[in-house]
Design a protein around this ligand. Sequence first.
Ligand SMILES: C[S@@+](CC[C@H](N)C(=O)[O-])C[C@H]1O[C@@H](n2cnc3c(N)ncnc32)[C@H](O)[C@@H]1O
Length: 264
Amino acid sequence: MDTLFSGPEIYKQHFNPKDYYDSYYASDKGALLGERTNIVLRNFHEIFSSGVVKGNTLIDIGAGSAIFELLSACEVFTNIIISDFLEQNLTEVKKWLTKDSNMLDWTSYVKFVCDLEGKSANLQEKEEKLRKTVKQVVKCDVLKKNPFEPLVIPPADCLISCFCLETACKDVASYCNTLKNFKDLLKPGGHIIMQSAENGTFYHVREKKFYCLTITKKEIEKAFIEAGYEIVKLEVKQRKDKSRLDIYDYHSLYCVHARKPCSL
Ligand SMILES: C[S@@+](CC[C@H](N)C(=O)[O-])C[C@H]1O[C@@H](n2cnc3c(N)ncnc32)[C@H](O)[C@@H]1O
């Protein structure tokens, strides 16, 4: 049976950041340890260490409570803005930033990225660098023309988003419209890097099932072009580890790197 669109109220009531972390990211038991997380972190490492993407400000949209996706970006950007729709997720991010005794533990991800960077001895330094670089934690709603309303955030050099649009957008038209709105958040020539699930229909956070937009590589490519971006790279990797299709049923992971044209 098709999973019904979750929508904002379901998220507010039922998305528990600790359950999400335990389900997907916690050491030893997270269902996305290994393949998915490694691919996402390797892609960010490759892109941000290439020297091609640079500037001052980077915005993470729909970050949830997952700060680990910024561990490579903080080597390049000096001003990182973390955003999400849910107050409960932003609270978890703030706990990590202030080293609250109940913060989520991202140490194994920090180690993974430090290993990729060849700086295995510097875990604490890396964490402190990210903490110093995050300058704002703000609420956003990607379905709004200005996702940060009532705030007006100056256009950024780079925007990243992981596993968000498929959860927030009901259909491909809404996905494309959201991408169009994101262009206003970027400077001319600014970069957008999105990593997410291709051809999924749902994901679970404990017993709660959330909607996932089923989108194909062709539709992703068309949406970025229609929204007015220049695609630098669009890569899809087939899922090899099918052990937890019961909690998240995507077929592949995609990574898009695109740019807002310089002329806009
Ligand atoms: C599957 S989680 C992904 C979180 C994180 N980026 C990650 O990779 O684990 C989906 C996220 O999208 C957020 N979200 C859902 N609807 C949204 C909306 N309309 N605007 C912004 N974020 C939204 C949720 O709060 C949640 O944090």
